[in-house]
Design a binder for this molecule. Structure first.
Ligand SMILES: Nc1ncnc2c1ncn2[C@@H]1O[C@H](COP(=O)(O)OP(=O)(O)O)[C@@H](O)[C@H]1O
Ligand SMILES: [Mg+2]
Length: 325
């Protein structure tokens, strides 16, 4: 650890030294070629994970030192004029990285929207097409039963009973896949509907406390629904939980949603850092949230279970703004 810190400091001072000497070169007559090197220095600053604030403060320091190193008024004036160009050039890789990030977020949003459309299509086709096929099977069986002796009629009735069960499950799954409630009433009622189904199937209580009213833009509501859906699936599939709690509240203009279970817990850091991971659920959750400006925090321990905490700043979520829909 000590040596890592030492290395970092050495790297930091090397960078500062190079910055100051390149700035001096530029201020004492260096032209475009020096600006090109300033750009490269900016790229290096990014790869060395320097923040913009660090870069600006380092720049101020370098300018101050150069300014004091000479009494020549002309040089001082020239330095002040040119140093701004130098800094902009050095910062332009940050600008490009920022644009790249915005493009990636936009692409991610589009992918999610396409995915959502596909889910809708599958949900409707399970509901409508599979539903219609089952109705046809029911009719065929009823016709067949008419021609059968009573003992076999009983068997057909049993098959019909099973078919009705399948129909019920298919209808429920297709609704949970993309609940119409989500569009009609919003994410909280949709989550209540989802939780009711999961709770019945998994035979565990899901406690919901939601102190939020009003609607959010539909992309945000869909994202929140998907995140809670994945969290519930994980709690049922992996945690062997006895209870699940879902809470949603607004605090300091930030929407919070927590999904907690009292199950076995897991090593969240190791799972998230691992490249050999099998599951993509938590990665997808993080990416979906990042596409809408939200963040995910996971706390898990072997004894106390797992909590997923979603935070979404108000400017991103437009709480109560029905016009944003
Ligand atoms: N609530 C939870 N309780 C216990 N373990 C969990 C929980 N959520 C996630 N995990 C662990 O994290 C891993 C990754 O989860 P995820 O990314 O959703 O992928 P998947 O569910 O497809 O395995 C899971 O395989 C499981 O080991
Ligand atoms: Mg999962």
């Amino acid at each position: 650890m000590k040596s890592a810190v030492g290395r970092k400091n050495k790297q930091g001072t090397e960078f500062e030294g190079e910055y100051a000497s390149l700035l001096r070169e530029y201020a004492t007559g260096g032209g475009e070629a020096v600006l090109g090197r300033a750009y490269e220095l900016g790229r290096r600053a990014i790869s060395e994970r320097k923040s913009l604030l660090e870069l600006v403060s380092l720049h101020h320091q370098a300018v101050g030192q150069l300014f004091q190193s000479s009494d020549d008024k002309k040089f001082q004036e020239h330095l002040l004029r040119t140093s701004a160009d130098f800094l902009s050039e050095c910062m332009s890789p940050y600008e490009m990285a920022q644009r790249g990030f915005q493009d990636a977020v936009k692409a991610l949003r589009q992918i999610n929207e396409t995915l959502e459309e596909e889910i809708k299509r599958i949900a409707y086709s399970v509901h409508d097409e599979a539903g219609q096929l089952l109705v046809a099977v029911h009719l065929a069986l009823a016709k067949l039963a008419q021609e059968l002796p009573p003992a076999q009629k009983e068997q057909v009735a049993q098959i019909e009973g099973l078919l009705s069960e399948i129909e019920k499950h298919l209808r429920r799954y297709s609704h949970e896949l993309r609940p119409t409630i989500l569009d009609d009433l919003g994410w909280i009622p949709a989550i209540r509907f989802l939780a009711e189904g999961v709770s019945k199937r998994a035979k565990l209580p899901i406690h919901i406390e939601a102190k939020i009213s009003g609607r959010l833009p539909s992309t945000i509501e869909t994202t929140l629904y998907r995140v809670v859906q994945e969290a519930l699936t994980n709690a049922v599939k992996h945690a062997k939980a006895k209870n699940i709690w879902i809470r949603a509240w607004l605090k300091d203009q930030v929407l919070h949603c927590s999904i907690r279970d009292d199950g076995e817990g897991f090593d969240a850091e190791a799972v998230q850092a691992s490249t050999s991971r099998k599951g993509l659920g938590l990665i997808a959750v993080r990416e979906r949230l990042s596409a809408i400006g939200g963040t995910l925090w996971i706390e898990s321990s072997r004894r106390r279970g797992t909590e997923l905490l979603i935070r979404l700043p108000r400017e991103e979520n437009h709480v109560n703004s029905s016009s944003a829909r």
